[in-house]
Design a protein around this ligand. Sequence first.
Ligand code: C2G
Length: 453
Amino acid sequence: MKKVITYGTFDLFHEGHRQILLKAKGLGDYLIVGITSDYFDIQRGKMNVKQSLLERIEGVKKCGIADEIIIEEHAGQKVADVQKHCVDIFAIGDDWHGKFDYLNEYCNVVYLNRTPKISSTSLREDQFGIVRLGVVGTGRIATRQAHELKFVSGVCNYAVYNPNKSSADKFASKHGISLVFDNYDEFLEKVDAVYIASPHDTHYDYALRSLNAYKHVLCEKPMTLSGNEAEHLFSVAEQNKLVLMEAIRTAYAPGFINLLAIARDGRIGKIKDIEAAITKLIPQTPHSREYDVNVGGSFTELASGSLLPIIKILGKEHKSLNFDFFTNNENVDLYAKAYLKYDDAIATAKTGIGIKSEGQLLISGTKGYILVNSPWWLTKAFEVCYEDTTENEHFSAPFPGYGMRYELADFIRNIREPELVNFKLTRTDSIALAYMMENFIQIRKERLGALAC
Ligand code: C2G
């Protein structure tokens, strides 16, 4: 008996899938279909898959062509599958031409003609339309976002806004965006959603105006510098049935999601201490926004990231929050340390723009600890360590490019499917972070007052 194997995601099973399975089956007597697991798809950068693994299996089963279905869970599995199932032929669509030649060592590799003009991506787009995204701000982060957006389907960079028209023009021509505005209301009329990447102190106003105009909002961190403002934005979003998300890329990264699950599953015992540090030396120039007297400083710049694992693991009900910091002559913090006390745990979050430190994350428990080396906020890999080092475990996950594609994909998914809960960075997480920002700014101000007396 000649055995054939083929693989795919088979999202929203369509005629192209049916045809390829028929052609594959026609090459032999018995067809094995490998269906990618949800996690493997995320790992290999397929972020907009609509159906769950079970639904996708159901789609393949229903067509009645497959003799056996297996799950593809990781890269490199194909070789093992071919050997384990004594496969004679590996078949795949010719969009993969040449990619699987290495399997010729184990079986015959056949690339089959792909059915034109149909794909899961086009079906998803027909079902939901394409979200027209408007970008607010044209700096470094917006540039990264424009690059990352290319990896997310169902969305396009449609318009750009900057009060300084020539900056917007430059950005638009660099990224192929046709609509350019220096008038915010006119800009809002043309888009379905906005991505706000302007200076911190403009976030609230831009976000509020967008939500009032019934536009979904993805806002760079920190979303606001006051708790009340964050609460207000979320209540307007809820009233107008809109998605409002804070863009902290770490919160959406596969490695970080995995890290949270492992930290919570009890293997390192009861978690008693978390230390998280993010520092990034930023040169001070006359107009650098990071050194702005009112809203600049290491804490507003970086603490959304360093506080994230603390609130995600220990929660938002801390008993106390205190700060130590060093400032420059204008009272802008170059380095800050936040100390959080919980009923049964402690934590510190370090940030620096004028003082450098090791950017690691250390989570200490009664049975072991988790160490994520610098730059931990990408969470590409981490180690779970025990007293008996032979039991140490290593985990890794992808963080391609700038990693913003994950938050963008979740944003688009939440717009299309509002019933899906965003557990990665919730409304209460963002509000808690905004109150901590406010708290820090207040203390920094008070210290300046005390020094002046
Ligand atoms: N396909 C096709 N015609 C289409 C669309 C898809 O022939 N119009 C084929 C693809 O070439 C592939 C199969 O259908 O052989 C499954 O496609 P996807 O679900 O898009 O999965 P893919 O990402 O190609 O997975 O390990 C996974 C595999 O390497 C490929």
